[in-house]
Design a protein around this ligand. Sequence first.
Ligand code: CDP
Length: 208
Amino acid sequence: MIIAIDGPAASGKGTLAKRVAEHFGYACLDTGLLYRAVARDVARQGFRLEDIWAAIAAARGLDPASFDDPALRGTAAGDAASIVARIPVVRAALLTYQRDFARRPPGAVLDGRDIGTIVCPDADVKIFVTATPEIRAKRRFTEFEARGDTVAYETVLADILVRDARDSGRPNAPMAQAADAMLLDTSNLSIEAAFDAVVGLIKRKIGP
Ligand code: CDP
């Protein structure tokens, strides 16, 4: 069973993916971490994020054991990830790891931008989670506030809009809803209601 959950930043896809995986006893992969780790490694080696060859080398040498690095969290790391994520060879280098992960029995949930379209076009269940940019910015802003980070709401919203444009505007594997994906707009949905909708969809796929 492969469950693909795609969507923009702060749409709720990560939380949903983790909860769904826990509920069904499946493995869960936040594929954004791969791109965040590539950007981290490029910067640590002293290269610019736009350096294609450094990014390709980092993607080819990526160590999954380093995915729980706290340095990968946060807006700056997500923004840096979206720069290296535009490079086609970087994306290609990360495909095998993601596809092998997806085949883990009894099932796997992968969340990202291109899971339903490119990484796992044959996924059993595909969901595209979205919400208005303003609501997504509000969620991120509240998370930052709770952590004691002082950042203006307008800055968070501007960052979300830049990242959305970069992710959906790139020619290679842009963020997109697969033709056979269910659209889940969480703008006015609690995480509980979104979770129930996704679980219902999966149960209908699995059967009684
Ligand atoms: O958590 P958030 O949605 O803010 O970001 P993320 O899922 O960790 O993704 C960070 C960046 O990695 C995105 O803005 C994309 O540019 C890139 N990414 C991608 O291109 N393809 C994926 N499957 C996952 C992430």
